[in-house]
Design a protein around this ligand. Structure first.
Ligand SMILES: NC(=O)c1ccc[n+]([C@@H]2O[C@H](COP(=O)([O-])OP(=O)(O)OC[C@H]3O[C@@H](n4cnc5c(N)ncnc54)[C@H](O)[C@@H]3O)[C@@H](O)[C@H]2O)c1
Length: 318
């Protein structure tokens, strides 16, 4: 199959690309290499595919409809993994406009072209953020999620709705995935697993927002990629899938796990909770297990050991 992976130079997109190439698919990657974090990292992510004849890279923005149309015209794309986005909750409060532009307009461009070019299946990246401060734990896909508490979450919810509309009007097959805090080698440097590791390793202050009792459902990258590929391979009409681990980890436990692996103590300073932060994320995986055969295996202690080994070998790049 030939698959378009948007955001293919990013953390998740490059790992999905790797998996697809390994199993013999062709991948067309679209990425704008923006500077949300160092583009050098994104260059390194795609450099590993440079010699693969089944990999084609287009540099440009998904907000540019004509550019995207040229990609669809030149390539024989059958399925789409749409991972490109402005990600991150707090920066979306500072600059909501760029989030709306990339996440909403960019997704609409892709859905429209998927319709025009008769794409067989479209995996649309939403986020666990759409659950906001939901009181029903674990979070189920059946829950009504109409109360996003950050612009980022609101844009992700908007993309789910657009995906449904394109399914309803044009029978486009769309599988929405809602990842829960993904970490692992090559992970995003703005996210807590990376930041905590770096700060503890360097003996710098670790900002802990709240008393450390918030809980996150951390998902190891390899588990997540398996779920995304299963969503790509499964045609169901329109469905939404949680992709998490389902074991929640308390922030204080997470920090102590990093301390233990690094053999260093954290210099923690407590700050008030930030606007847009949620108290807990926890995925109900019943549906993903049943329809996608999703089965996350990596526990936080093992996943962070793998991540920290990678970090030690690569920290000079950051
Ligand atoms: N990492 C997580 O924990 C997590 C959790 C929930 C949802 N998600 C979603 O998963 C997807 C991938 O996230 P990630 O963590 O790999 O982030 P990332 O920032 O590493 O990757 C996103 C990629 O998209 C590219 N991009 C951004 N705007 C673009 C545009 N206008 N045109 C073309 N390319 C553009 C970026 O350059 C980047 O390479 C995103 O949709 C994100 O919202 C991630």
């Amino acid at each position: 199959m030939q698959i378009l992976v948007t955001g293919g130079a990013g953390f998740i997109g490059s790992n999905v690309t790797k998996k697809l190439l390994e199993r013999g698919d062709s991948v067309v990657c679209v990425d704008e290499f923006n500077d949300y974090y160092s583009p050098k990292i994104k260059e390194l992510n795609v450099a590993q595919f440079a010699d693969n004849p089944n990999f084609t890279l287009y540099r440009g923005s998904i907000t540019d409809y004509e550019f995207l149309k040229t990609v669809f015209e030149k390539e024989n794309i059958q399925r789409v993994v749409h991972a490109a986005a402005r990600a991150g909750v707090r920066p979306s409060i500072e600059n909501p406009f760029i989030y709306e532009d990339t996440n909403v307009k960019g997704t609409l461009n892709l859905l429209h072209l998927a319709k025009e070019f008769k794409i067989e299946n479209f995996v649309l990246f939403s986020s666990s953020s759409v659950y906001g401060n939901s009181s029903k734990v674990p979070f189920s896909e059946n829950e009504v999620v109409d109360c996003p508490i950050s612009p980022y979450a609101a844009t992700k919810k908007a993309t789910e709705l657009l995906g449904y509309t394109y399914h309803h009007l044009y029978h486009l097959n769309v599988n929405v995935v809602r990842p829960f805090t993904v970490y692992g080698p090559g992970g995003r440097p703005d996210m807590f697993p990376f930041l905590a590791t770096k700060l503890i390793d360097e003996g710098l202050e670790v900002k802990r927002f709240g008393d450390g009792s918030t809980r996150r459902d951390y998902t190891f990258i390899d588990d997540l990629v398996d779920g995304v590929v299963a969503a790509l391979d499964t045609i169901l009409g329109y469905e939404i899938f949680n992709l998490g681990n389902s074991n929640t980890v308390e922030l204080n436990y997470f920090i102590s796990t990093v301390e233990k692996i690094l053999g260093k103590n954290a210099n923690i300073k407590e700050y008030p909770m930030q606007p847009g932060d949620v108290l807990i994320t926890n995925a109900d995986l019943t549906k993903s297990r049943k329809l996608l055969g999703y089965n996350p295996k990596v526990k936080i202690e093992e996943g962070m050991s793998i991540f920290i080994k990678w970090y030690q070998e690569n920290k000079n790049l950051y």
